[in-house]
Design a protein around this ligand. Structure first.
Ligand code: UT7
Length: 323
């Protein structure tokens, strides 16, 4: 059997925050934020709204929109860096809430590459014959782990969730995947709630996201331009075969630089950065869903997904959209 993505659903909290919100907190401007990042708005969860809540709504939206029965899902893979708690996993909380009695449940920690890791793992689980129906979710409430005194990062992040259903099928639509990590860059993007060291550097135990923006920006553009080519080769494709490119929405300028480096017009990139900000593991399914909703992504289109971020880590695949 092969792995096929058969449905997608998303959810973002109701509260919309524009760039002017930050002008009262830090020295910044709507103009700086829009021109340096492409972000116009982001959504923030309420105080009593958590990653499990966003995940549940994304999964229920998927079930409703694609008329899918989730009761026989046999594994939940949930990518997040902003879990409700370290344990139990958000996946286990969701397994209970959705009443999927027999499903295995596991959180994935691969930051903005988490959704790509999830799809790759789901493909392996299905094609090995171990599982038949896997729910892959990327979900974040980054507003709860943002350092609102750090002007270089607080303007970036937002909350949201995206889910896909990966099922066993005679003919699949998830192509070859790439997954990778470069742990030597761990200290450039981290979040820790206890004092510790990464690569010999003592790090702040704030429980909030820290990022060396410039370094991660350069790494993302250079390494992902390279890895996109590896991904295309693995799928025996050239960039001209790709209908839609969905990179992690970290910054509009990164998306533009990647398109230039890879050789695809920026009009063929799907993004979620402008409306949702950087939502880490949720950014790719949010962008894909918006592209489908807008009527851009059509049946048979080849869609290249490429996530990258903390770890440092990256993951991608090519999906032939078929639902
Ligand atoms: O999702 C995981 C992966 N993450 C990423 O890929 C993020 C990658 N990095 C970025 O998106 C960008 O590096 C940032 C958006 C974080 C920063 O943009 P930048 O163009 O790299 O800015 P910069 O750090 O080079 O700073 C340029 C200037 C600095 O002032 P000086 O030193 O030139 O006087 C900053 O102090 O912009 C200043 N600045 C700000 N000004 C107004 C930094 N943050 C702000 C701000 N408002 N919020």
């Amino acid at each position: 059997m092969q792995a096929k993505i058969t449905a997608i659903g998303t959810y973002a909290p109701e509260q919309v925050i524009d760039n002017h919100y930050f002008e009262n907190l830090i020295e910044t401007s709507d103009e700086w934020i829009q021109s340096r990042t492409g972000i116009k708005t982001r959504h923030f969860a309420r105080l009593n709204e958590f990653t499990s809540d966003l995940s549940e709504k994304a999964a229920l939206n998927l079930a409703r929109d694609y008329n899918k029965d989730l009761s026989d899902v046999d594994f939940i893979l949930l990518a997040t860096v902003s879990h409700d708690h370290v344990m139990p996993s958000v996946a286990a909380v969701l397994q209970h809430r959705l009443g999927i009695a027999q499903a295995g449940a596991l959180d994935i920690s691969a930051a903005c590459a988490g959704f790509g890791y999830g799809v790759s793992l789901a493909k392996g689980m299905i094609e090995s014959g171990m599982h038949r129906k896997v729910l892959v979710i990327g979900a974040e409430v980054l507003s709860k782990v943002t350092d609102f005194s750090d002007r270089t990062s607080c303007i970036l992040f937002g909350d949201g969730a995206g889910a896909v259903l990966v099922e066993a099928a005679e003919k699949g639509n998830v192509g070859a995947c790439i997954v990778g990590a470069e742990g030597n860059g761990g200290q450039d993007l981290y979040m820790s709630s206890q004092s510790t060291m990464i690569n010999g550097e003592l790090i702040k135990a704030s429980g909030k996201i820290y990022q060396n923006g410039r370094k991660v920006f350069k790494w993302a553009v250079n390494r992902m331009t390279e890895q996109a080519k590896v991904l295309l080769d693995k799928n025996n494709l050239t960039i001209d075969d790709i209908d839609w490119f969905v990179p992690h929405s970290a910054n509009m300028r990164i998306i533009e630089a990647l398109c230039k480096g890879i050789g695809i017009p920026v009009e063929k990139a799907l993004e979620s950065i402008s409306v949702y900000g950087n939502t880490s593991s949720a950014s790719i399914p949010l962008a894909l869903y918006e592209g489908i909703k807008a009527g851009k992504v059509k049946k048979g289109d080849k869609v290249m997904l490429l996530g990258f971020g903390g770890g440092l880590s990256y993951a991608g695949t090519v999906v032939e959209w078929g639902v």
